[in-house]
Design a protein around this ligand. Structure first.
Ligand code: NI
Length: 226
């Protein structure tokens, strides 16, 4: 399932974030790529321990952890600390599948990458190219969302970033280990949860809501890994 989580940040916050990122110390993006994907990657990144990166990452995760749609879709268990990248001057990242396991820098913590996420900081009209192309179960998806929007997709997907031929594309990307490993199971739970939320709004006193909610939790209990 590919999902858009809209407007995690407001326009004034995005302006402040972009201004800070534009003045940041950017490094060669190949430093976090695996041996093979380093050959396909041409972009800039902030160091993992860059204070600005840590500050924005903390704000992002704070918003996401309070976001019902994100929590329902991702069922997050662990997250790899968000990284930041900049594509400009023809920079791109060819087709690849993200590494299955990520080690958190300076810690023994390892994160299995079940879900990949990209949060866009640049407005689409401020750069040409830079589409995130994802080969989804249902075909090829082309993602170029507004500033402040996040795309969530299974890390098993083949994906690439098209060359940015004008302007700059600033974004954050990170990985989530979900409580539910399989995308198909997570998708069923998400759809069921969304339907229960809708019924709770429309017919809050319906007696079957108790049973339905219980069934959701009993399915989650079967599939959850903690
Ligand atoms: Ni990737």
């Amino acid at each position: 399932m590919l999902l858009r989580i809209a407007q995690l940040f407001q326009p004034d916050e995005l302006t402040r974030i972009r201004t800070a990122l534009e003045a940041a110390q950017w490094l060669d993006g190949r430093m976090t790529a695996g041996h093979q994907s380093a050959r396909a990657k041409a972009n800039l990144q902030l160091a993992e321990d860059d204070p600005l990166a840590r500050e924005i990452a903390e704000a992002m995760l704070d918003r996401l952890w309070k976001h019902p749609q994100f929590m329902s879709a991702a069922l997050p268990h662990k997250v790899f600390p968000p990284l930041f990248n900049c594509y400009a001057g023809g920079g791109s990242f060819g087709y690849h599948i993200d590494n299955a396991v990520r080690q958190v820098r300076g810690s023994a913590e390892r994160v299995r990458t079940d879900l990949s996420a990209t949060l866009f900081f640049s407005e689409p009209e401020d750069y040409d190219g830079g589409e995130l192309i994802i080969q989804d179960t249902y075909g090829v998806q082309q993602v170029k969302f507004g500033a402040g929007d996040l795309v969530l997709y299974p890390s098993t997907s083949l994906h690439k970033v098209q060359p940015v031929t004008r302007g700059a594309r600033l974004a954050s990307f990170f990985w989530i280990q979900s409580l539910v490993r399989e995308d198909a199971q997570r998708t069923l739970l998400y759809e069921m949860d969304q339907a229960i939320q809708q019924l709770t709004r429309d017919v809050p006193d319906h007696p079957s809501l108790v049973q339905l909610t219980g069934t959701y939790h009993n399915l989650l209990r079967r599939w959850v890994e903690v």
